[in-house]
Design a protein around this ligand. Structure first.
Ligand code: FAD
Length: 440
């Protein structure tokens, strides 16, 4: 069992040259029972539950951002259905009062010594660590980005910096190609790159511009969606709405001067396709954040936190657990998956803290509300093996207004009041009830 030491000062003492004279500055070195790195969906829920259980002074969250965003709302912001301000709250208001907020960026993780280092040079020691760092957006891996966001017609719902540019591109659209992309890396919410397209298509229709728009979806994937039941429904939607789909096409360059986008054909990598655009929606390549990727003992070969996909405990360090997008769990990366993982991780971490072994297992539950317009949605829900795992006893592959309102009006309060307080662990019990106990 690891010993839990509370050190006040440690080897962070430094000598610094200030105005020609040496002065000593000592970095405080703090210790906690539990350190959570990242205060997003998973980190906030974890900190809320464990700070309430362990009491003040025992839990720290390391998170540099001033604002906490409910990212799923950006799909609606890009389509003009919600305002960007509605999607964010100050971090100070969402992080639990009983946890200490260390407003810093983690730069190094050192699992052999049970500590992490932050940008200001502090060392934070832990007895247990939860890694909840999310994904890093790598716009700069596409030539011409992020500079092209300064020019008309280019937007991205994946960042609060560029989401309003999607709406601006829709409003200013005159005629030509409207291009939507999906990159050649794992991403969060794999449905979002096409939700924006269906919303845009209806926007053009509502504003009398549909006959002026040639809508093209360029995806690196060989399929329109990973789960056949929903893929079949989506092929129907693209056919009905006259949308062109280019499979295995990866955006590699944006040329804002000529308003062209260059795609590589992944089936035949020497073959490039250059398309002019009037509007371009970019989904960027993503990866685990650099400080995590650079910590070889913690990650798999692709750079994601290497946890047991069922227990969410690290495969080498039993005092490290992971939650959310930054892990190697082979399920679609969504806030819904975070909720499903949270219940399991919470129980297993509690067992580990009590000296036991994890025994609860995550089934890979994830969900993607595929918004197909201003009042319709297909609610995809499935498990780690790609089997549908639907909450409602109806065919969820059908476009429905009820599912749209669930996404637009009910999910945000569930996130702010349920999930971030560690009170929402996914719809498992609701699903069982709805299916009279006959569902998993
Ligand atoms: C456009 C869009 C649409 C989406 N739609 C849906 C949807 O409909 N349904 C759904 O369920 N999900 C959706 N998602 C996905 C969902 O938002 C994420 O899967 C979820 O937020 C993941 O939670 P997380 O805790 O793993 O990461 P995040 O919530 O991203 O949190 C990661 C945190 O780590 C912090 N961090 C990063 N680096 C460091 C560092 N070095 N040191 C300290 N802290 C750091 C970040 O600041 C951030 O606060 C969507 C996302 C987007 C962008």
């Amino acid at each position: 069992m690891l010993s839990y030491k509370r050190l006040l000062l440690c080897h962070g003492s430094r000598l610094a040259l200030q105005n020609g004279a040496f002065s000593t500055s000592t970095k405080a070195c703090k210790s906690y029972k539990l350190v959570v790195v990242g205060g997003g969906a998973g980190g906030c829920a974890t900190a809320a539950k464990f700070s309430s259980k362990l009491g003040k002074g025992n839990v720290a969250v390391i998170e540099p951002a001033d604002m906490h965003y409910y990212q799923p709302m950006w799909t609606l912001v890009g389509g003009g259905m919600k305002k960007l301000e509605d999607s964010g709250r100050p971090m100070s208001k969402v992080l639990p009062k009983k946890a200490e907020w260390i407003k810093q960026r983690v730069v190094t993780l050192d699992p052999h010594n049970n500590k992490v280092m932050t940008e200001d040079g502090s060392e934070i020691n832990y007895e247990f660590l939860v890694v909840a760092l999310g994904l890093q957006l790598n716009y700069n891996q596409i030539k011409g980005l992020p500079e092209a966001f300064e020019t008309p017609g280019v937007g991205s719902n994946y960042s609060y910096l560029y989401v309003n540019k999607t709406l601006e591109a829709l409003k200013n659209f005159k005629q030509g190609n409207a291009l939507f992309t999906l990159p050649n890396t794992p991403i969060k919410c794999a449905g979002a790159p096409q939700k924006v397209m269906y919303i845009s298509e209806q926007y053009f229709r509502k504003h009398g511009k549909r006959d002026k728009a040639n809508i093209i979806y360029c995806t690196s994937l060989p399929v329109i969606f990973g789960i056949k039941k929903y893929a079949d429904a989506l092929w129907k939607v693209v056919k009905e709405r006259d949308i062109t789909v280019n499979l295995r096409h990866n955006l590699i360059e944006v040329k804002p001067d000529t308003r062209e986008a260059v795609f590589q054909n992944l089936e035949s990598p020497d073959e490039l396709l250059t398309l002019p655009y009037e509007m371009l929606h970019v989904t960027p390549p993503m990866s685990a954040p650099d400080p995590l990727r650079q910590c070889a003992p913690l990650v798999n070969e692709a750079g994601y936190l290497n946890v047991n996909k069922n227990t969410l405990q690290h495969v080498t360090f039993p005092n490290v657990f992971g939650i959310g997008d930054c892990t190697n769990v082979p399920t679609s990366k969504t806030a819904a998956a975070v909720a499903g993982q949270f219940g399991v991780m919470r129980r297993n971490l509690s067992l580990a803290m009590a000296g036991g072994s994890p025994k609860h297992e995550y089934d890979g539950y994830t969900s993607c509300p595929l918004v197909t317009g201003y009042s319709s949605c297909i609610l995809a829900e499935f498990d780690m093996d790609g089997n549908p795992l639907e909450t409602f006893p109806i065919n969820q592959a059908k476009e429905r207004r009820t599912m749209f309102h669930l996404k637009k009006d009910m999910m945000p309060p569930m996130y702010w009041y349920g999930m971030l307080n560690g009170l929402w662990e996914g719809p498992k019990y609701m699903r069982k009830m709805m299916h009279l106990g006959m569902s998993k």
